[in-house]
Design a protein around this ligand. Structure first.
Ligand SMILES: *Cc1c(COP(=O)(O)O)cnc(C)c1O
Length: 366
């Protein structure tokens, strides 16, 4: 189990004057959905050129004031992270690989010309919020407290250059199941649009990537699918990832392939964790290229048994059907495959402390 070092800033605390009542909270926690309800508090830390990171605060959750010229509103200098806190069987609370999120946040910050935040401060900010709002864990099966750290440029300046002031916030949202349909496998639409090009920001977790994915996502929904899939920008041939999840392909010989991190794919922490778990199961995992044509062919021939998507929000989600302008194809039985279920169960068991954490992934904070 990983331990936490001291963070150098101390946090000022402003308790919420009128937190949600126990009744309202209980209602939310019994049916949290995803991303629509928020806990009572938020963490805020500011950065300026002269002071660096300063003014660390735990504040009532609520609207924030921004200058209309704040550069985030014009040039989208914004990055974010997503991670979950889990209630352990013994009543404790744990985060899953929070330092990996902190490291990726800083990689995103470098790409967006934003200041890096000390990893320990990032983790401490998340920890402070979870401890403050520890009554916001969902009571539903599979529930967790989803944490959203993010940073944006606050400087009021319309010239085009990196801003000189930023704000870092963490908010918390009780989370149930990401896919509300509860369907056993998702259906995906192969988009004609491109998510990320070589040299672009595809490997950074920035709001701008998502803004550009909304038209393709809406198109996928309008066509009756759950998710959008992006191919590579240059040849429109190689599978990259879904709008917000990485992909794995399970072959009949027991091997797995997942698209390699070439700079146009978001380096998922779930992806990396599953590669390690699969290898421990004795499986071969290749990080490489896989084309849409090969995928269709392998699904038809039976060479391909399963496909699953993975990410913090939805954990491991089976892909049942794939469609593009040429028609559609079904993977395996169209439902969740065996290995998909096994890897999901193992990962969830580790995250919730039901299986031994041999990797130092689980960081207990209470
Ligand atoms: C966050 C994200 C993922 C998944 O990353 P995890 O660390 O596993 O949650 C995959 N793709 C995109 C585009 C993402 O933004």
């Amino acid at each position: 189990m990983a331990t936490l070092a001291d963070a150098s800033l101390s946090f000022t605390r402003v308790p919420h004057p009128a937190p949600a009542s126990a009744e309202v909270r209980a209602q939310v926690l019994a049916n949290p959905g995803f991303g629509t309800k928020f806990s009572d508090h938020m963490v805020s830390i500011e950065w300026s050129e002269d002071k660096g990171w300063h003014k660390a605060e735990i504040l009532p959750y609520g609207p924030i004031a921004l200058d209309p010229a704040a550069s985030v509103l014009h040039y989208a200098q914004e990055i974010f992270e997503g991670l979950k806190a889990y209630r352990l069987a013994d009543g404790g609370i744990a985060l899953f690989r929070p330092h990996a999120n902190a490291a990726r946040f800083n990689a995103s910050a470098r790409r967006l010309a934003m200041p890096e935040i000390p990893e320990e401060l990032f983790v401490e900010a998340v920890r402070q919020l979870v401890l403050t709002d520890n009554e916001w864990f969902p009571t539903v099966e599979g529930g967790s407290l989803y944490l959203r750290p993010f940073m944006f440029a606050t400087e009021a300046f319309l010239g085009v250059r990196p801003a000189k002031s930023y704000r870092f916030l963490v908010i918390a949202s009780p989370a149930g199941n990401y896919f509300k349909s509860g369907s056993p496998a998702v259906s995906i639409w192969v988009s004609d649009y491109t998510r990320a090009a070589p040299g672009g920001t595809g490997a950074a977790k920035c709001g701008g990537n998502y803004a550009a994915s909304l038209v393709p996502t809406a198109e996928a929904f309008a066509r009756g699918h759950d998710q959008v899939l992006f191919l590579d920008a240059a040849q429109h041939m190689w599978v990259e990832e879904l709008g917000g999840m990485n992909l794995f392909f399970v072959h009949a010989d027991g091997s797995l392939i997942t698209p390699a991190l070439t700079g146009t794919i978001l380096p998922g922490i779930t992806r990396e964790s599953l590669i390690m778990l699969a290898r421990e199961e004795g499986l071969t995992v290749k990080e490489g290229r896989y084309s849409l044509d090969q995928w269709r062919e392998d699904a038809a021939s039976g060479q391909l048994l399963e496909t699953f998507a993975c990410g913090t929000a939805a954990v491991v989600t089976p892909v049942g059907k794939v469609a593009d302008h040429n028609g559609e194809f079904v993977i395996g039985t169209g439902g969740p495959g065996q290995l998909t279920q096994k890897l999901r169960q193992r990962l969830v068991a580790i995250q919730r402390g039901d299986e031994a954490d041999t990797h130092g992934w689980v960081t207990r904070i209470a």
